[in-house]
Design a protein around this ligand. Sequence first.
Ligand SMILES: [Zn+2]
Length: 468
Amino acid sequence: MADWEAVVGLEIHVHLKTRTKMFCRCEAGFGAPENTRTCPVCLAHPGALPVPNGRAIEWTIKLGLALGSEIPEHAVFHRKNYFYPDNPKGYQISQYDEPLCVGGRLAVPGPDGDEEIRFVRAHLEEDAAKTVHAGGATGRSVGADYSLVDFNRAGTPLVEIVTEPDIRSAEQAQRFLRLLRQTIVELGISDAEMEKGTLRCDVNVSVRERGEAGFRTRWELKNMNSFNFVGRGIEAAVRKQIEIYERGGQVEQHTYDYEAATDTLTIHRTKEEADDYRYFPEPDLVPIQPERALVERLRGELPEPPGARIRRLAEAVGYDSAAELVSTGADRKAVPLVEEGVEWTVAAAVAMNQLAGHEPLPENYRALAEIVQKRETIPRDAYTASFAASATRPIGAEEFLSQTAISDESQLGTAVDEVLAANPRQVETYRGGKEGVLGFLVGQVMKQTEGKADPKVVNRLLREKLKV
Ligand SMILES: [Zn+2]
């Protein structure tokens, strides 16, 4: 049997979180009632003229710089012609052969060192309206009873990033996407949330025998809406294509929808060739000529890339934890704790758990670090409360550290006795060999003492008293 390898390239669509749309002053963003954020420009009334959103152009350049792209001195908006109900103009303003960002590469730290994924380009365009297919079983246009169009999304700024087919596995694709997403989020240009559709991904997949030069026919998987589905979709496509080749068949070029629930690929539509879109320069817009001073200013504003942080952190906490910490930005919450003397693994756990929901104020870190260091000496409730409080006001360590945990054995002994008396069934279960119920009993004592008991002492007392 042949030794196959996957060849994967991605097209990633990122919604920029500008306040207004790409070519008009309508408010962008999600959640408004349908068709309330529209105007003659984004509804394509005759004679309405587009005016480009300067911030969207700057943010696209900034993203390109973060991805190592070249920013050409001349970029052009093109009309991409196609007829569909989500596109009132009959064309989309996009970019064609002169995009804002050309080339680039991202070094993605992996368990076995860096993997480099190259970019073809990144360009700026406007999004289409949103169609909702109602009735029928699948929620797709085929078989639906009717379709509705919401034009709030029409004309919102969208960056399309195209990679070279450098990805060789589903796992690598997910690793790359997580790092790319975090890079985008930290630039402050998009929330890049797949569940909300502010980050969307099309996947091009083919296979070839290892060592084979050139590429075979590829499939395009459309609109994957989670990293997990991207991985599973790639795996499903690779499996099917290998099956076809090993049967002696040929893979035909198609576009597929991946149905996560059934793990199946269904044909979406046959791929249109680029010239079907009859691209031509947008006559209502002048070319973009980014000033070099602007490009250099934006380059100077780039934050430290998340990839570099994973590499550095991996030495302290291992690759897996480093990747996880950085992929949520939790590492930036852990660093100040580490600087105040908290051990890395402890700080990492605190950042991912207690600090997951909120950004503590910088002046809180010294107090939080002290509380974390002395967490064994205070009641669990006080520990939790300190993080909650730090989210809303500057805290001092003393107000939480002054609450002492009850470790007095005679005092706790009474509570333990009461809990044992009230839960004879659990006591019997424990004595029957199922020590797992101990956690429940500890919990009951904690409850009885309003969270003030020292869990270590409670644990020991319970074990002693439960010995027959
Ligand atoms: Zn508008």
